[in-house]
Design a protein around this ligand. Structure first.
Ligand code: SF4
Length: 383
C-alpha cells in the first residue's frame, strides 16, 4: 500500500515539511517496565537491519523525493546501538530525500557502553539533538527499573556530549516509580536540572502487560493514584519555575527548544515512520509496519490504519498541547463551527479548573492534563 498524493496536499507540504522517524528495534536488555517493540541485538542483526532500513529509505525516497524534510528522529529500542552504522543510515536519508538546511536530527541514546565513540559517529552523521534516557538520578531506582546505567553514567554522557559540541539535549525522567515519594522526586528533578538540558520529557510509569513489572505488580510498592497526581503537579510547577515551558502533557522545554519532530505528531503535520511498529501519517492516511523484523526486511508493505486529519483527531491532539486549540482555526479547517454544547462543556471544565479558555484558545490546565483522556472524550461527545 502506498498512498497517492492529491494536488490539494501540495500547499500543505510546502508549508509544513515532512518528518522522518526511523525505528531501531534493538536493546541490550529489556527494561522491567517496557513493552515497546524491541529485541536483543547482535552485530549481524544490526548490519542486516541497517541494510534493510536503507532499502526502505530508498524506496520511499523515490516516491517522496521532492518533498522537503526538516526533521529526522532515530528512536527505539536503542538507536545508539547502531554506532558506526549511523553515518551511512543518515547519509541514505540525505541522498534519497530533500533535506532542508535547518534540519533537526535527533538520536535517542542510553548513557551506557562506549559513549565517546558513539557521540563521535553521531557528530559525523549530522545529529544535532540528543534524547538521553536518564530516567532517574537514583541508582537504586535505576536498578529497580532494570536500566543498564547509573546516574554517574548519565552525568558523564551529558558532559562529554557538551564537550563534543552538542547544544540541544533532552533528558527523559520517569515519575510515579516504586517506593517514590516527594523528596525522591525533588532529588531526581534537581539531578536532571543540574545537567542543564534544553528539553525534558517526563513520563508517568505505567504498568503494561507482558512486562516484568506486570508480573510483580503486587510487590512493587507503587504510589497510589493521588500520590502520582501530586508528583505530576509538583513536577510541572517545579520545572516551570526553573524556566521550562510545559508545552505538551509530558514535555518541557527552554525557549525555542521544543522537539520540532515530536510536535508534528500533535500539530497534525505529516510524518513517515520506517521500521517494524513505526507509524506514519501522510496525506490524510495513517499506516504502520507490523511488529516483525523479518517481515520488514522482506519488504512487506505497511498496513492501512484509516484516515487522519479529522475533527476528532484535531481536538484530541491539540488538547495535548499547552497552547490548546483555536475555535476559529477549527472552523477554517472543517468548514463549520464547534457546537454550542462543546463550549458549554468547556465552561464546566473551566469552573473545575481543568480548562483555560483565554485569548480565543481552549487548553488544558496541569490539573486537566492529568485527566486528559476523560476530558477529551467528554468533549468529543459534543461533536
Ligand atoms: S525502555 Fe528503551 S532501552 Fe529499555 S527495553 Fe524499552 S526500548 Fe529498550
Amino acid at each position: 500500500m502506498l498512498p497517492a498524493f492529491p494536488a490539494v496536499a501540495l500547499v500543505k507540504f510546502l508549508t509544513n515539511p515532512l518528518g522522518i522517524y526511523l525505528h531501531i528495534p534493538f536493546c541490550e536488555k529489556k527494561c522491567n517496565y517496557c513493552d515497546f517493540f524491541s529485541t536483543f541485538a547482535t552485530e549481524n542483526s544490526l548490519d542486516e537491519y541497517t541494510d534493510g532500513l536503507i532499502e526502505s529509505i530508498k524506496k520511499w525516497g523515490g516516491l517522496l523525493k521532492n518533498r522537503p524534510i526538516d526533521t529526522i528522529y532515530l528512536g527505539g529500542g536503542t538507536p545508539s546501538l547502531l554506532a558506526h552504522r549511523l553515518p551511512k543510515l543518515i547519509s541514505a536519508v540525505n541522498e534519497n530525500f530533500t533535506l532542508l538546511q535547518n534540519k533537526e536530527i535527533t538520536l535517542e541514546l542510553n548513557p551506557s557502553g562506549n559513549v565517546e565513540d558513539l557521540l563521535g559517529y553521531a557528530k559525523e552523521s549530522g545529529v544535532n539533538r540528543l534524547s538521553i534516557g536518564a530516567q532517574s538520578g537514583d541508582d537504586s531506582e535505576l536498578k529497580i527499573l532494570g536500566r543498564t546505567h547509573t546516574a554517574s553514567d548519565t552525568e558523564k554522557t551529558v558532559k562529554l556530549a557538551r564537550k563534543m559540541g552538542f547544544e540541544n539535549i533532552s533528558l527523559d525522567i520517569m515519575i510515579g516509580l516504586p517506593h517514590s515519594n516527594h523528596e525522591k522526586l525533588k532529588n531526581n528533578l534537581d539531578f536532571i536540572l543540574s545537567l542543564c538540558p534544553e528539553h525534558i520529557s517526563a513520563y508517568m510509569l505505567k504498568i503494561e502487560e507482558k512486562t516484568v513489572f506486570y508480573k510483580k505488580r503486587e510487590e512493587l510498592n507503587l504510589p497510589c493514584d493521588d500520590a502520582q497526581a501530586e508528583q505530576y503537579l509538583y513536577m510541572c510547577q517545579y520545572l516551570e519555575d526553573k524556566g521550562y515551558s510545559h508545552y505538551e502533557i509530558s514535555n518541557f522545554a527552554k525557549k525555542g527548544k521544543i522537539s520540532r519532530h515530536n510536535i508534528k505528531y500533535w500539530q497534525g503535520i505529516d510524518y513517515l515512520g520506517l521500521g517494524p511498529s513505526a507509524h506514519s501519517a501522510l496525506d490524510g492516511k495513517r499506516f504502520y509496519y507490523n511488529r516483525s523484523i523479518p517481515k520488514f526486511l522482506n519488504g512487506n508493505s505497511p498496513v492501512c490504519d484509516g484516515d487522519c486529519g479529522g475533527e476528532e483527531e484535531y481536538i484530541m491532539l491539540r488538547l495535548r498541547l499547552k497552547e490548546g486549540l483555536n475555535p476559529d482555526e477549527f472552523t477554517k479547517l472543517f468548514g463549520k463551527s464547534l457546537p454550542k454544547e462543546f463550549f458549554e462543556r468547556c465552561e464546566l471544565f473551566k469552573k473545575a479548573e481543568f480548562l483555560n479558555t483565554d485569548n480565543n484558545r481552549i487548553s488544558l490546565t496541569d490539573n486537566g492534563m492529568l485527566l486528559s483522556n476523560r476530558i477529551i472524550s467528554e468533549l468529543l461527545e459534543c461533536l
